[in-house]
Design a binder for this molecule. Structure first.
Ligand SMILES: Nc1ncnc2c1ncn2[C@@H]1O[C@H](COP(=O)(O)OP(=O)(O)OP(=O)(O)O)[C@@H](O)[C@H]1O
Length: 265
């Protein structure tokens, strides 16, 4: 079932001393339950702008976005905020954990919006989710005492604790080494699969992009499918973000289940 659909979506911004800038144009995209989508593109191609639209953080200036069948333009900001909190989980490159709050306090934060949920239940849900990402023994740790990979696992637990239908990951492995990045991705994919969530990953890393089922490329605000096998003069997930003439195929990320088992051991 479709979670979010974009039809002819564009975003143009006004600039004080220059003509309006079109950042995205004519984007048609549908994300369904359980989808695995990667989006690659050079710096400035519009990836964050697309993510902000998918995350209901911004509104398009052209076209129509429907979330769960409802036209987003007809929804108030308050309704959008509620929808976002309940249905969308965000994972960022820099983790964005609250400093000075323990891992469990961070994971409980999104549950504060569930007004009817008692403290003990929020605590139990957060504890369970931290256990699920292999941090059951670290629930009272402060983020600044944790490694990058552990912090990202806390961020994943936070993103998933309300069981969102859509997870938007913006360069989720950008601050991690190759091996930790692969482990964190495997874990995020596995937890998303268990909860049935769709996962959209924006990445510069071809190996991370290749883990998705559908591969998309943004080029100067225009989105197109990216074939696995490059056609004549075409690109593949491996070279979509590399400078022209400097294509180097990264080895496939190791997606072995054992990676996740190690984390969860
Ligand atoms: N509000 C705005 N006003 C003016 N220009 C903007 C605005 N938002 C984005 N842009 C410009 O639009 C282009 C696309 O921005 P966006 O952040 O979506 O790119 P990106 O693909 O995410 O880049 P990166 O990979 O470097 O993060 C950039 O050139 C950016 O400077």
């Amino acid at each position: 079932m479709s979670i979010i659909s974009l039809e002819g979506v564009g975003r143009t911004v006004e600039r004080p001393d220059a003509p309006p800038l079109t950042i995205l144009s004519s984007v048609d995209l549908e994300i369904a339950d359980g989808d695995r989508v990667s989006v690659v593109g050079r710096s400035g191609s519009g990836k964050s702008t697309l993510l902000n639209l998918l995350g209901l953080l911004d509104r398009p200036t052209q076209g129509t976005i429907r979330f769960d069948g409802a036209e987003v333009r007809r929804l108030s900001d308050a309704r959008l905020a509620r929808l976002r909190g309940a249905s969308i989980g965000f994972v960022f490159q820099q983790f964005n954990l609250l400093p000075g709050r323990t891992a469990i306090e961070n994971v409980m934060t999104p549950l504060l919006y569930d007004r009817g949920t008692a403290f003990w239940r929020r605590e139990r849900l957060a504890t369970e989710m931290l256990g699920r990402v292999g941090l059951g023994e670290r629930i009272t740790s402060m983020p600044d005492r944790m490694s990058g990979g552990e912090q990202q696992r806390v961020a994943i637990a936070r993103a998933l604790v309300r069981r969102p239908r859509l997870i938007l990951a913006d360069e989720p492995t950008g601050a991690l080494d190759l091996e930790t990045g692969g482990t964190v991705m495997a874990l995020m994919e596995e937890v998303a699969r268990e909860t049935g969530a769709a996962l959209v990953t924006i990445t510069h890393d071809p190996a991370i992009a290749r883990r998705a089922v559908r591969h998309l490329r943004l080029d100067a605000g225009v989105i197109s499918p990216l074939d696995d096998e490059p056609g004549p003069g075409g690109t593949s997930p491996a070279d979509a973000t590399a400078p022209i003439g400097a294509v180097e195929r990264a080895p496939l990320a190791r997606v072995a289940a054992t990676e996740t088992d190690e984390v969860l051991a």
